[in-house]
Design a protein around this ligand. Structure first.
Ligand code: C2E
Ligand code: MG
Ligand code: MG
Length: 700
């Protein structure tokens, strides 16, 4: 007979008959199996305290403690209760056989022992034992793995409506394993009410169709909390194809769901305001678009940009900027709540200070105006940022589906173009898209392209507009104004191209070109007899002022052309003072030290406060020409102008009025004590070559 491959097998022979023990020993020897021998039950139990065999060969009738008693004792004792037992009974002793089985004996042989077969019998038993042990081990491993995965299995016998759950399922469900009445209804009671119908429908469909299913649903736990589970189940049939049972697995996926929703939150929502972000906006837009197509409905897209946000972010810091955006987001939500005209599709933040609103189910496009107006009104209300109160406004561009475009990309572009148009036309307003805006947007692109090459191609030139002393009527200075003549586009007004240059940072190069050209020109005039006291003003953008090498650049140009610094005046707009106070005031002080004077341009249109005027080295205020334009014989009072002149006087500043076009304006300004004026009444800006002839001229 072949030896058993695993030498680790160990058997215990318990028999009072020495001949049986001897015969058995030689059989086991031939199998290569080690063994112990016991003469009776008592001795066997003593041995079992030290050795746990893989198989017990147990005689039934022994003096003292018989086989049954040994068996009973074994089954009750933890650690040895699982040892397989081969009982040796008397021939045809049916009662003993029955009793042995009742006691949980593994197998039996009858005496006299069939020696020729017993070896095989033992081998089979040892092998089966091993398989059984492996099975047990695997079951344990599976249970452990399921525990780690928060997963368990269940079965549902359809006929008897009995459900069986593995320990882990009971753990997931927070069931008391003993108190669990395992019917389908009990299971359903544990399913969260919102998902009960789903679970019942899915289950009955699976039984009806015989197909397996997998669903995610929630459970309502005994502590009132809920958890998410993933269930997979298959239908088992009898040989006639009748469904008899459902077998399934169930896994706790609460954590996964939480992570998923966190990821979703991060991927689709703006962390600052909690509003949907661009990705979610585009996703929703697609759906709204197809819905509107099918239902033949219109929807509006509102592009909202906050005016002046950048300067608040730059002056008060990013934290304040963030806080402002959060509050504005709330105001947007508020503006769309309870709407009587249409239902709001969504609000999203596209990034920076750009928001978008979609309004669905539009009855007529005029209704959007009401909503846009409400948004503008809500945004304009003062916002408290810690201790500072700020006021910002919104510019809104509106495009309507399908009127302005049947596709979403173009709708977005058109709303954006309309928003820019609203900004260009003075901000704090909304504008519907119209096709002419599109042309101007295309023109902007063209300008941008050409502007990049303008310096290199020598397309700029400087014009000079006289500034006149309103008392002596003599020319006391000039403002240098840039002109751009492009061979393709023609001449372009600085009011058009300067804002474009500011947006794409070309402005610093342009400003430098102006500084170089004007300094060179002053050098030429000084050499050919420029009267002393004439001042030439140049306009510089805020972007140039905040660059810390501006002063040294100007100093270098002054030295190169050997010009007197006091001949030069720098004009900056009010907004620049607010932009970056630290950076601009350092530059402005340095310029002052060089001997260059400073004028605030377009005064009265921006945010200037007395505080800034007092803390900056300002020499001159230039009254914006929109105020001058207000002066007419029917409007004899121009309160803003009077106030600016009074303010300038109290701060001992020069005042220059821009855009004087007629005698009425000149007269009014002279009477109110404005020292200097500039405008078409005296002269339009002239090319550099014509300036020399103007020196010493007076305008009576
Ligand atoms: P600004 O500095 O306020 O210049 C005055 C503008 O008013 C000039 O427009 C001038 O031609 C115009 N103007 C003068 N008198 C009258 C008048 O009586 N009536 C009317 N209606 N307008 C008058 P321009 O030359 O088109 O310049 C526009 C703006 O472009 C300037 O406003 C300034 O902000 C900017 N700019 C001009 N040249 C430069 C430059 O070299 N560098 C920079 N950074 N900006 C410049
Ligand atoms: Mg100016
Ligand atoms: Mg001006």
């Amino acid at each position: 007979m072949n030896q058993l491959s695993d030498s680790a097998n160990h058997v215990m022979i318990v028999d009072d008959d020495p001949s049986v023990r001897m015969m058995m020993s030689s059989v086991l020897d031939s199998l290569g199996v080690s063994f112990d021998e016991a003469e009776d039950g008592m001795q066997a139990l003593l041995l079992l305290e030290n050795v746990i065999p893989d198989l017990l060969l147990l005689d039934v009738s022994m003096p003292g403690m018989d086989g049954f008693e040994v068996c009973t004792h074994l089954k009750r004792t933890p650690g040895i209760s699982e040892i397989p037992i081969l009982m040796m009974t008397g021939l045809d002793d049916v009662l003993s056989i029955q009793r042995a089985y009742d006691l949980g004996v593994t197998d039996f042989i009858t005496k006299p022992v069939p020696w020729s077969l017993i070896g095989y019998r033992i081998s089979f038993l040892l092998q089966a034992t091993k398989s059984f042990a492996n099975l047990k081990k695997n079951e344990k491993r599976l249970a452990h793995a399921q525990l780690l995965a928060g997963m368990g299995s269940w079965e549902w016998e359809l006929q008897s409506d009995k459900m069986w759950f593995s320990d882990e399922v009971q753990h997931i469900f927070h069931f008391d394993p003993h108190g669990f009445d395992s019917s389908f209804q009990t299971f359903i009671n544990s399913v969260h009410p919102v998902d009960r119908k789903l679970v019942m429908d899915t289950t009955s469909q699976a039984i009806a169709s015989g197909s397996s299913y997998s669903i995610d649903h929630q459970l309502l736990l005994s502590d009132g909390k809920s958890c998410f589970v993933h269930t997979e189940a298959a239908v088992i049939f009898d040989q006639n194809g009748v469904p008899i049972r459902l077998e399934g697995s169930i896994q706790d996926i609460t954590e996964r769901k939480a992570t998923e929703s966190q990821i979703r939150q991060l991927a689709f929502f703006d962390t600052l305001t909690g509003l949907p972000n661009r990705a979610l906006f585009l996703d929703h837009l697609k759906r709204i678009h197809s819905r509107s197509l099918t239902d033949n409905k219109r929807f509006a897209m509102l592009f909202i940009d906050i005016d002046g946000f950048k300067s608040i972010n730059d002056t008060l810091g990013h934290l304040s900027g963030d806080c402002l955006l959060q509050q504005l987001a709330l105001r947007l939500k508020e503006s769309l709540r309870s709407d009587d005209f249409a239902s709001a599709g969504m609000i999203a933040r596209l990034g920076g200070d750009e928001f978008v609103v979609i309004i669905e189910h539009l009855k007529n496009s005029e209704d959007v105006a009401t909503i846009a107006q409400r948004i503008i009104g809500n945004i304009r209300r003062p916002v408290l940022l810690e201790t500072t109160e700020v006021v910002v406004t919104a510019s809104i561009g509106i495009s309507i589906f399908p009127d302005d475009s049947p596709d979403t990309d173009t709708l977005i572009k058109h709303a954006d173009i309309a928003m820019y148009s609203a900004k260009e036309n003075g901000k704090n307003a909304f504008q519907y898209f119209n096709p002419s805006m599109h042309e101007s947007a295309t023109l902007v692109l063209e300008l941008e392209k050409e502007l990049k090459m303008a310096i290199m191609n020598n397309e700029f030139s400087m014009y000079y507009q006289p500034q006149v002393d309103l008392t002596s009527k003599r020319i006391v200075g000039f403002e240098a104004l840039i002109r751009w003549n492009n061979p393709k586009i023609g001449s372009v007004s600085p009011e058009k191209f300067i804002p474009i240059a500011e947006k794409n940072n070309l402005i610093c190069d342009i400003d430098r070109w102006v500084i170089v050209d004007v300094c060179r020109q002053i050098g030429v005039w000084q050499a050919t007899g420029m009267p002393p006291g004439i001042q030439i003003a140049i306009n510089l953008s805020g972007k140039s002022i905040t660059r810390n090498d501006l002063a040294s650049f100007i100093r270098q140009e002054i030295n190169t052309h050997n010009i007197a610094p006091r001949t030069l005046q720098i004009e900056i707009t009010e907004g620049v003072l607010m932009l970056d106070i630290a950076a601009s005031s350092a530059t402005l002080l340095e310029l002052k030290q060089i001997g260059i004077s400073l004028a605030i341009d377009d005064f009265g249109t921006g945010y200037s406060s007395l505080q800034y005027l007092q803390s900056m080295p300002v020499d001159t205020l230039k009254i914006d020409r929109s105020f001058v334009a207000d002066i007419s014989d029917i409007n004899e009072k121009a309160p803003v102008i009077s106030a600016i002149i009074a303010l300038a006087r109290s701060l001992e500043l020069d005042v220059v009025a821009e855009g004087i076009e007629n005698e009425i304006q000149k007269g009014f300004l002279t009477v109110h004590g404005c020292q200097k004026g500039q405008g078409y009444l005296f002269s339009r800006p002239v090319p550099a070559g014509d300036v020399h002839a103007l020196f010493g001229q007076s305008y009576d």
